[in-house]
Design a protein around this ligand. Structure first.
Ligand SMILES: [Zn+2]
Ligand SMILES: [Zn+2]
Length: 319
């Protein structure tokens, strides 16, 4: 079984796994109690162990650079799960009551609000997304900036959360509105417009029997175009390209195009594993999608190999 045996700590570190004899301590303060459980970013082994409070102190020490409130300075990937949520909430609290006379503080507050809303969506707190997005829209409306790129991005995140809450029609309406403005103001090949196309495709594909053949074709076309444009614009490894590829794999599977879905998922998984490591939530998601596409083609042995590999890593990380 892959990675069930570890010949030594050097090999372990190269593989990115924590050796059982290594002390489990925070990478910043070296204390071992109260560490974040689960994946923090793409850092593996001892580099992936940290306290939420230490990440917050570290990010605050780099003020006014906001990058470290969302992105790990070691692996360069965005934080996930509890780490990302703690940082987003801490930053939002920090800037919430700052005076707004200075333009830069308004910009920072808007950044913090968008970051918190995206994070709440990522961790599945969709009711809170709806509440925060409404407050944010009221603020942009008051300033006469409802078509500001950030306001439109927040609107598309809200739409994605409404979709997760089963409110498909509301989600499609919001996504079409945002996409139309983004295409007109920013252009069709702008990353915001590409992401919105991708989100709309995702919603249409999830509506199943609620949409006709024409809408399903529209979803497939939007999804393929989004992936092509993201690859061309940002490259294979960009997070938005990987999201677009994962979405296309799921959409193809829902359309019954299992072979094509597996091809897209394999290519995505290859990049994600190299970039994010075997235990990252996005990797596990792609493995599940790929395994399902393989099972549906009757390729059970190959599907089980992929699933086994993931389970081995999960067992190893908790042992
Ligand atoms: Zn610490
Ligand atoms: Zn990292």
């Amino acid at each position: 079984m892959k990675n069930s045996f570890c010949p030594g700590s050097v090999t372990c570190q190269m593989r990115g796994n924590l050796h059982p004899e290594d002390a489990a301590v925070c990478r910043i303060c070296f204390d071992g109690s109260g560490l974040i459980t689960g994946q923090v970013c793409a850092c593996r082994g001892s580099a992936g162990l940290v306290h939420a409070r230490c990440l917050v102190h570290w990010a605050a020490s780099r003020w006014p650079n906001l990058t470290f409130w969302r992105t790990c300075s070691i692996c360069g990937q965005d934080y996930v799960g509890a780490a990302r949520l703690s940082l987003a909430q801490a930053l939002h609290s920090k800037v919430r009551w700052r005076p707004l006379q200075r333009h830069s503080y308004l910009w920072v507050r808007d950044w913090a609000v968008e970051n918190l809303i995206c994070t709440l969506h990522e961790v599945g707190k969709h009711e809170q997304v709806a509440q925060r997005a409404e407050q944010s829209a009221a603020s942009f409306r008051k300033r006469g900036k409802l078509h500001h790129p950030r306001a439109l991005r927040i609107s598309t995140v809200l739409a994605s959360s409404l979709r997760e809450l089963g409110r498909y029609q509301d989600a499609v309406e919001l996504q079409r509105q945002a996409l139309s403005v983004q295409r007109r103001v920013l252009g069709s090949s702008h990353p915001d417009a590409i992401n919105s196309s991708n989100n709309l495709a995702c919603t249409l594909s999830m509506m199943g029997d609620q949409v006709d053949e024409g809408k399903r074709e529209e979803a497939a076309s939007l999804s393929r175009t989004s992936l092509r444009l993201m690859r061309k614009r940002a490259g294979e490894k960009h997070p938005d390209t990987l999201v677009a590829a994962s979405n296309l794999a799921v959409l193809l599977q829902e359309d019954g195009r299992y072979e094509e879905s597996a091809q897209v998922a394999k290519r995505t998984l290859d990049v994600q594993q190299r970039l994010l490591g075997p235990q990252h939530p996005d990797v596990l998601c792609t493995v599940n999608s790929l395994a399902a596409a393989l099972h549906l083609q009757g390729k059970h042995a190959e599907a089980i190999e992929y699933q086994k590999e993931t389970n081995d890593f999960m067992l190893w990380s908790t042992s």
